[in-house]
Design a protein around this ligand. Structure first.
Ligand SMILES: NC(=O)c1ccc[n+]([C@@H]2O[C@H](COP(=O)([O-])OP(=O)(O)OC[C@H]3O[C@@H](n4cnc5c(N)ncnc54)[C@H](O)[C@@H]3O)[C@@H](O)[C@H]2O)c1
Ligand SMILES: [Zn+2]
Length: 376
């Protein structure tokens, strides 16, 4: 088991992220260690897909550690990450009689983690939360950093709360049941981290991708690769936990939005139904790399390397039928727009992110049109 300690300046939200294989059967003892002896009840937030696979194992383990266990199962899918679902979760918390000393356990992908985390953040003004991420994306990204939230009619992820978990438990064995598209989506977010962190992490990712083609997730490299991704994201979050709006340096939390400007626009124009989020990020990485080249920021060899790595992560859904102009218009609604300027994370090279605010509209348009022509 690899353990990563997450600390904050005040130490009030310090916790550990534990990563290994076959960790779920010991989830009860782990939860007890994280929240102490005072907690009597544990409520598992999950969905039926994940709960059918792993729910009873976790519930049994929690019960044997002395928790009174109940559950709230949301419908699967991004479209259910809503205030309405959060309200149903709150009602389930109330029915279960959760008190301030009890704990919510989010067992699932990023959707479950964001929604369960948000409900935990607001119920009784904050219940303790444990994250048990089961998708690759949730393991390396959404369960790290304390952001929780839901989607609303006026935007994706715009309503939420910072709520750090009291612990995160990762069992790499559950990746065996993850659908192929979800695997690709998680790998694309890993490539994002590699592009930002530098050649060390990117090369480690490439090496893992080669082994993945042979033995899926049986390779021993996966635990260490997840750990490296967690360490990288946690290191950025530690320096800028609340994503300060005035920071634009290489270590500001905003840089984690690399690949997300196009991704959010693609998701929006397809009504969040066509792409998995991480797949859209795959395209977003490629577009940000192309734009970095158009602006003479990034050497061609780094752009080619990113193309190669994203390609190895899996097949992305076709862009045919998506209108580049509509995508360009959707950029303007991205939440990274501050005071009318499009802020985009670009690269001066692998491991050298830069936040650019003065991208000429003509370059943006031409690069996007070329991007769609070459891939549509
Ligand atoms: N809070 C953050 O900082 C943050 C960061 C990145 C992404 N996110 C959010 O995360 C969400 C995306 O997360 P996701 O990609 O995990 O999607 P998801 O939660 O929809 O999970 C993907 C699919 O895989 C299934 N699944 C999960 N684990 C499984 C397993 N082990 N075996 C079989 N099936 C499994 C899920 O039921 C779902 O159908 C988005 O809502 C995004 O906004 C949040
Ligand atoms: Zn993302």
């Amino acid at each position: 088991m690899t353990t990563i300690r997450i600390t904050s300046p005040s130490h009030s939200t310090d916790h550990e992220i534990s990563i290994g294989r076959g960790t779920l059967p010991a989830a009860g003892a782990w939860a007890r260690k994280c929240v102490g002896s005072g907690a009597q009840r544990a409520l598992i937030v999950s969905n039926s897909t994940v709960y059918e696979l792993y729910g009873s194992e976790v519930a049994t383990s929690l019960a044997s550690a002395g928790f009174g266990v109940s559950s709230f199962l949301m419908k699967d899918g991004e479209r259910n990450k809503t205030l309405r679902t959060a309200e149903s979760a709150l009602a389930a918390f109330s029915d279960a009689g959760l008190t301030r000393t009890d704990v919510v356990i989010a067992l699932g992908g990023g959707v479950v983690g964001d929604l369960g985390g948000f409900a935990a953040a607001i119920y009784l003004r904050g219940l303790r939360l444990l994250q048990v991420p089961t998708s690759l994306l949730a393991m390396i990204d959404s369960s790290v950093g304390g952001k929780t939230g839901v989607n609303t009619a006026f935007g994706k992820n715009l309503t939420g709360a910072f709520h750090q978990p009291s612990g995160v438990l990762i069992d790499a064995n559950v990746l065996a049941t993850l659908p192929a598209r979800e695997t690709t989506a998680g790998l694309c977010e890993m490539v994002k981290h590699g592009a930002l962190a530098g050649r060390g992490l990117l090369d480690q990712t490439v090496a893992f991708l080669s082994s993945l083609e042979i033995d899926r997730f049986a390779s021993s490299g996966i635990v260490e690769l997840i750990a490296e991704n967690v360490r990288y994201k946690a290191s950025i979050v530690a320096g800028d936990e609340r994503e300060s709006s005035n920071r634009r340096d290489q270590r500001s939390r905003k840089i984690l939005n690399f690949g997300h400007t196009l991704a959010h626009a693609l998701e929006k124009v397809t009504n969040y139904r066509y792409f998995r989020h991480g797949e859209a990020v795959g395209y977003g990485i490629l577009f940000a790399a192309d734009l970095s080249k158009s602006l003479a920021l990034c050497p061609e060899k780094d752009v080619n390397l990113l193309n190669d790595v994203v390609h190895r992560a899996g097949i992305l859904p076709s862009l045919a039928g998506i209108d580049a102009d509509e995508v360009l218009a959707a950029f303007d609604l991205d939440k990274k727009v501050i005071a009318g300027n499009l802020q985009m994370v670009l690269l001066k090279g692998i491991g050298e992110p830069v936040i650019v605010t003065d991208i000429p509209q003509a370059t943006l348009r031409t690069t996007l049109q070329q991007f769609f022509m070459s891939r549509g």
